[in-house]
Structure formats: C-alpha cells, structure tokens
Design a protein around this ligand. Structure first.
Ligand code: NAD
Length: 502
C-alpha cells in the first residue's frame, strides 16, 4: 500500500513538496514496510505556512475570520459529513499508520466527526457577546470573543486524527487560521483531513499543514513571532520545550501532556460475579487498548489488598489471551507499538521494574509467532508487587504494561492515586455511592471515572492537572482556548472627568 505523497505540505491552498525536496518514509508498525512517502518539511516550510496563515487571518478581517458564524458552523458540519462518508478509508488508514485495530480506527473517525459537529453547534448557538452592567444608563458595556489569530497545532502519533481534530475544529470554529504539524511518525490521516477541509470549501490559507519532525518544524512554530497561540499534545519533555520556545513571544500556550493514570478498585465493587467480571474486564481495557499507547491509559492498578490475588490472577489470565496481530486482521484485539523506539522503551521499563523487584504475572516479552517477527509487537504485561519507589510506577511507559499496587484504607487509596506528578485521568471502582463521590472529589485528575474507564464526551472538558498540561480541550473551555476576550465600553454621554483640574 506504499503511496507517494511527496506533496503533503499545504500552504495557502497549494499542495507542495518540502522546500529542501526531502522526503520521509512512513512505516507500517506491523511489519516495518513502507506505507507512504511524504514530504519532510523544515523550518523554511514552517515559515511559509505561518506566513500564509498570518496573511489569511488579515488582522481578523481575512476571508475565514470574517465568515459569518452560521457559515463557519455549516462548513464544519460538512467536514463531519465528509468524515462519515470516508469512515472506512480513514479508519483503515489510521489502523495501518498507528497500528491500532480497524475497529478502533473507525471509532476514532466517529469521535472526530462528533467533535466537528459539537464545535459547529456550540458557536452557532452563541449570542455573540455578554452585556455587562456598568452601573450607568449612559454606558453600554459588552464583552465579545474574537479569534486569537494564527494557531500552531502540534499533535502526537497515538491518536493522530483525533488529536488534530480536537484542535482544528475549535480553532476554526472560533475563526482562527491554523498551521498543523502532525507527528512525523503518523501523518497520513491528518493529510487526509486537510484534504477534506479543502473539499468542504475552507478558504485558502485558513488551514495549512507542514509534515516534518518536531525539531525544526514544531520548534519553529512554537517560537515564531507571527504565531499567536501554540496548542501542543505530546510528551512532557517536548511540551516543556514548546513552552520555553513560546516564552519570548508571550504567545498563548495550551499543553496536553502525558499521564500515569490510577485505576482504583475497592473490594466492594467485586462482591458479585458480575461486578468482578466487569472490573477485571475494564482494567484490561484501561491498560491495554491501543497497546497502552493512550495518554489516559489506566496503567496503574491500585487494588484493595484483600482482593489483590484473586483480581490479579484473573487479570493475568485474560491478558495472556489477548490476541495480538496486525490491526487490520480480523479478530485481532491489540496491534503493535508504533515504532522500534517505543518497543525498546517498553522493554527497558519492564527490565528495570523486574530489577527493582516487580513480579511478572503476564507478558514481559515479545510474541514468538513468526508472522509478527518484523513488527513492533509486545505482549500485554502485568507487573505485580509494584510501589512508588519504582521508575515504572512514576513514569509514563506508553506501552502495554500494567503495574499493580495495593491499599488497605480509602485514605491510602486516594494518597496513592494522587501520588503522581501527572493528573490527567483516573477511575474508582466501588459499589458504595458515598465512597465513589468522596474519592472522585479528592482525586487530583482532570477526568475521573466512577465504575468506568476511558469514555469522554465532546461536551466535557479534557485535560490535566499538574504536569499533564495547561488548558483544556473539548467542551466550552476547549473553544475558549482559541479566543481572546475583548471588553468594549461605550460611553453614550461623554463628559470631561476633570481628574486634572488645570
Ligand atoms: P512527542 O512529544 O514526541 O511528539 C509530539 C509532537 O511534538 C510531534 O508532532 C513531534 O514531532 C512534536 N515535537 C517534538 N519535539 C518538539 C519540539 N521541540 N518542539 C515542537 N514540537 C515538537 O510525543 P509522542 O511520542 O508523539 O506522543 C506520545 C505522548 O503524547 C505521550 O506522552 C502521551 O501521553 C501524550 N499524549 C497526550 C494526550 C492528552 O490528551 N493529554 C493525548 C495523546 C498523547
């Protein structure tokens, strides 16, 4: 399925090769063969895309920001329709590029279409400003919201289409112009999405795309004086670099970074066979969906001590039975890791955990099926007897690895769940409604699930406490990120104030 897309850079409505002529091979993580060849952009391409976005913004009077809100919303709804039209093709592309199962790829497309629709409806339903009572009939005071300007949108490789859309949809809904930089590892669905934006009728220059590496392309976007906002989703190390690079120009910064997410299971959730089955099933789902390459993966199981052995034994039994393979093959439940580097990182983390005293209950190795030998596969892994002193409990692995810690009291469970520098998401499993609310209230994480794991809603904000990031995506706050507030105070009966008496 190798495809030549050397013209994968989109600037001012034109598809281009990299200025340098450089290209990059995009690899299939299931067998390391070449899926596509795309442009390997550089700083020069970033500059051109930013200049185009700046020109198209036209100080807020360019074709897109000047488009009436109802028409902007209509265009975003058209994009949602086109995504649904191309669901199979896009789902397949995402599955091949990111290594996820075909079904996951399809679900991603549905969620992306929902996000476009949500932000279209949100802006279309707004009143356009908020009148403020200035305390005088002679004053008309109103707060209006305006687009920020040129938005640089930088995304990771695990949910390429989804992460790009959580930024592009609200940024465009608010009337900004954008420059998108997908991960160099998985750029294919973002290229396809920009083609759909063009097909939907977005004016030239409103959405520009540069394929290429984090440094120099992303780094240039973060520091560029004509970029007004940088929204970044990715790892902590790159995120802090982006924040530093953005500081000199005091641009707005939104960061969606990693997580080390606790899944807290109280024994009272597992007193019935059904409760036990559900909690184990969801713990597997929390940790191993997309081979654990999920920012909100429930990679830390924190289980009540009295339940530990029964729970972990069943969890390990089921983890061993997860069917690994190429994401597009029928019946496959877990695909490969995205790259050789990600596989090596996972192996290194597991080795260090074992050296620090963790007990291996499942996985801990690459699969030995000959058909999987060329891909970056790793078996779902359960590590028992873990504790906060271990690197694997503190740092994000981003692979199919679940660590197990235990607690005896509710206070201890909360303390463990909050004992992380991250704060993206967490869950509590209990049959006690009061306990559920108490624990949820005390967890310092941006999303808390009670008796569930992973669902999110386009209407509800997504983002992290602590080092999981700054700002929110989705929900009204996800739109507000892409806006400036302007207070317009109109004096209807101006008179001298006589502050200066002379
Ligand atoms: P990464 O930080 O390596 O790369 C993310 C993006 O940043 C890529 O496009 C990359 O090219 C670019 N980049 C790298 N260095 C840069 C720099 N100096 N300046 C500007 N851009 C730069 O992350 P990744 O490995 O692609 O993705 C995995 C990470 O993303 C994990 O830590 C995961 O938790 C996080 N993530 C977070 C969320 C969330 O919603 N919080 C969602 C998905 C992924």
């Amino acid at each position: 399925m190798s495809e030549h897309q050397e013209k994968s850079i989109h600037v001012a409505g034109e598809w281009r090769t990299a200025a340098s002529g450089a290209t990059r091979e995009v690899l299939d993580p299931a067998d390391a063969t070449v899926l596509a060849v795309v442009a390997e952009g550089g700083a020069e391409d970033a500059d051109a895309a930013i200049a185009a976005a700046h020109e198209a913004f036209g100080n807020g009077r360019g074709p897109w920001p000047a488009t009436p809100v109802a028409e902007r919303a209509a265009l975003l709804r058209r994009v949602a329709d086109l995504l649904r039209r191309d669901r199979e093709e896009l789902g397949l592309l995402e599955s091949r590029d990111a290594g996820k199962t075909l079904e996951e790829g399809r679900v991603d497309v549905d969620c992306v279409a929902d996000a476009f629709r949500y932000f279209a409806d949100l802006v279309a339903g707004e009143s356009g400003g908020r009148v403020v009572d200035a305390g005088s009939p002679d004053v008309h005071s109103v707060v209006v919201h305006e687009p920020v300007g040129v938005c640089a949108l930088i995304t990771p490789w695990n949910y390429p289409l989804l992460q790009a859309s959580w930024k592009i949809a609200p940024a465009l809904a608010a009337g900004n112009t954008v420059v998108v930089k997908p991960s160099e590892i998985t750029p294919l669905t973002t290229i396809a999405l920009v083609r759909l934006l063009v097909e939907a009728g977005l004016p030239d220059g409103a959405a520009n795309l540069v394929t290429g590496p984090g440094d120099p392309v992303g780094a240039r976007m973060a520091e560029h004086p004509l970029v007004d906002l940088v929204s970044f989703t990715g790892g902590l190390a790159s995120g802090t670099r982006v924040m530093r690079a953005a500081a000199d120009t005091v641009k707005k910064v939104a960061l969606e970074l990693g997580g080390k997410n606790p899944n807290v299971v109280f024994a009272d959730a597992c007193t019935t066979a059904e409760g036990f089955d559900t909690a184990v099933d969801q713990a597997l789902n929390a940790a191993f969906v997309h081979s654990g390459q999920v920012c909100s993966a429930g990679s830390r199981l924190i289980v009540e001590e009295s339940l530990r052995e029964r729970f972990v034994a069943e969890l390990a039994r089921r983890a061993d039975r997860i069917r690994i393979g190429r994401g597009t093959d029928p019946g496959v439940e877990c695909g490969p890791l995205v790259s050789a580097a990600q596989l090596a990182r996972t192996e290194d983390f597991v080795a260090s955990a074992l050296a620090e005293g963790a007990v291996l209950r499942a996985g801990g190795e690459r699969p030995d099926e000959p058909g999987l030998a060329d891909g970056w596969f790793y078996r779902p892994t359960v590590l028992d007897r873990c504790h906060r002193g271990m690197r694997i409990v503190r740092e994000e692995v981003f692979g199919p690895v679940l660590t197990v810690e235990t607690f005896r009291t509710e206070d201890e469970a909360v303390a463990l769940a909050n004992d992380t520098e991250y704060g993206l998401a967490g869950a509590v499993w209990t049959a006690d409604a009061g306990r559920a609310r108490r624990v949820a209230g005390r967890l310092r994480h941006g999303t808390v699930w009670i008796n569930d794991f992973h669902p999110y809603l386009p209407q509800a904000e997504w983002g992290g406490f602590g080092k999981s990031g700054i700002g929110r995506e989705l929900g009204p706050a996800g739109l507000a990120e892409y806006r400036e507030s302007k207070h317009v105070y109109q004096n209807l009966a101006p008179r001298p104030v006589r502050w200066f008496k002379g």
